[in-house]
Design a protein around this ligand. Sequence first.
Ligand code: SIN
Length: 326
Amino acid sequence: MPKLLLVATGGTIAGSAADTTDTSRYRAGALSTDSLLAALPEAASLGQITAEQPFALDSKDMTPIHWLALATLLRERLAAPEIDGIVVTHGTDTLEETGFFLHLTLPRTKPVVLTAAMRPATARSADGPMNLLQALACAGTRDAAAFGPLVVAGDRIWRARDCSKQHTHAPDALGGVDAGPIGVAIGTQVRLDHVGEGAATAFAGVLPNEVPRVDVLSAYAGAPADLIDASVANGAAGIVLALAGHGSVPADWLPAIGKAVTRGIPVVRASRVASGGVMPQANFDDAAHGTQACGRLTPWQARVALMLAISTGMARNALQETLLRA
Ligand code: SIN
């Protein structure tokens, strides 16, 4: 029997509503790990399970301080011989950001599996109980470790770096845009259809004590360039631009970008378009302007990588390479 740790952070999977048909007005993170596990007697057949609850948050309130605390906790628990795999419960709203932070910062020694739910635990057809069972089954599958953190929901398994929220309310809200699942769960049987690459990322060494402010600024018709000036004036150490199309920079923004870059503030071009990302030099001369391109990362993922790059003192040329490979 694998020894599995459940690390609960809140979310709808631990949500509770007064009415069993109310799937939008409920309190996320209301239920303890004891009540989640008490409702799942089947979990005992998947492993010896212990639980911890570092937070009980609606994930809209998750901050980089929580990411650092969670990554520190998980790194300690992964090093413990009495733990074979870890499941993290999380809200769906910002799971993609926490998942990507963990993707960048955790070693790939044992499975780490995030799971979530769209319907509160008190709802008819709640999706959380089966998601949690499938996540526990996946965390007990040794080969899952080599992919880095995974997300399990609705019978499918994605790498956390490829999974984001695709729908605001439907039960199958989580999914990949440019990358599909790496496996499936059928009941509590797990099937991995690919082989994980094993090596952890450049950020899986020493975890920084804190990460700096990095802002994501969205382009839109008529968006003023002083958004960039305001971000710099308010202390941003890096800026990610969620630009139109393939990272097209509004002409009006060029002076403000130039000022930020001259002050040593890295500026990363990303796109507000859902898929495709932004390649270096595409639609813009990054080399001439001192900017970087996000590769296939979303703006929010690029922000996470940039925060870690700045806090670990990564050199500019290494940053572009890291963004492309993250
Ligand atoms: C949250 O993200 O904590 C609430 C929404 C959800 O989990 O689906």
